[in-house]
Write a protein that binds this ligand. Sequence first.
Ligand SMILES: Nc1ncnc2c1ncn2[C@@H]1O[C@H](COP(=O)(O)OP(=O)(O)OP(=O)(O)O)[C@@H](O)[C@H]1O
Ligand SMILES: [Mg+2]
Length: 349
Amino acid sequence: MRRVTSPTLLALYTSMAVAIFSTAIFLCCSLIFHFEFSFLYNTIFLFIIFLLSFALFRFVMIRFVYNKIKIIYKTIGRPLKFQEEVKSNSSSTLIKTVERDVAEWAINKNKQIRELKKLEQYRKDFVGNVSHELKTPIFNAQGYIETILDSDLDDPVFIKSYLEKANSNIERLESIVTDLLEISKFESGRIELNKEAFDLVKLIKKVFFQYHHLAQQQNTTLKVHSEENTIFVFADIKRIMQVLENLISNSIKYGKENGATHIFIHDLDEQFLIEITDNGPGITEEHLPRLFERFYRADKSRNRKINGTGLGLSIVKNIIDAHEQTINVTSELGKGTTFSFTMQKYIPD
Ligand SMILES: Nc1ncnc2c1ncn2[C@@H]1O[C@H](COP(=O)(O)OP(=O)(O)OP(=O)(O)O)[C@@H](O)[C@H]1O
Ligand SMILES: [Mg+2]
């Protein structure tokens, strides 16, 4: 059955019912009391009853409905919207508009609640992850120092080796804290980029050289493919170096032994697209959307042996975002992973 949503229609039906009811009463009275029945007067009388009751019901209903609607708009925190709607809508469309506005409000609220819950979970995970990541090097360093203190302190070789171990844990601690500070600076927009024109191919080769040793250990081939020998981009060179360092080191660390990392540079209209591809074991699809989150590490059991905190890709994403460029990841299990990001071309004046 169709719902009656308009106060006018409701008033019309009610006043029709009143008119029919009055006719019935009128007819009964004329039969019981035998008074003369004039069809014309009777019709006029009934018509007046109909009109009066229609006007009264409509007024009461509109008042009642408008008051309710006013409260609804106050509840959903949009009192001004009520006045706008009343001005611009007839009473029948007003109810439909209210239904739409309330539904819209409910959807937004649900979305906000979901986002808040997600943020809350994210915050809890973040605190847990920070504590966990900081705890390990602190405990390790403490352990080495305690061992030295408990010893007779008469073996300088032993003391030196334990101090070196403690020191490397403190360095790790420092690197985690530095990464975290950097991410927080990016997120609060406190990092300024020093953009300049530079040759990207040269920078890639420099990073290759830096990871030459790690690549050799894994017997990974590193290769850059570009149509031109020099590719000039306009960006913050130090930051782009950080991006390349993390993506290249990841491709070696998480790639396979005797594997290969290829970097392709494609010329787009105003940008270059840089693809860093490895032929490693790949990443399962469920991990891909969360890969750029802080501390996120895919396949923790497999990666346990590999050093890492899961902050690298978060920094990479922040750097690319700060350059107003985009980064994406695609991966196929058993075939490999590709990270691709865009860079602004340097166009001399
Ligand atoms: N090329 C890749 N192949 C497979 N998995 C990858 C690849 N690159 C990244 N990952 C996955 O993404 C996770 C996050 O990478 P990210 O660079 O953020 O952290 P990390 O390398 O573990 O540590 P960090 O970079 O902070 O030293 C890694 O732990 C790994 O599981
Ligand atoms: Mg990394």
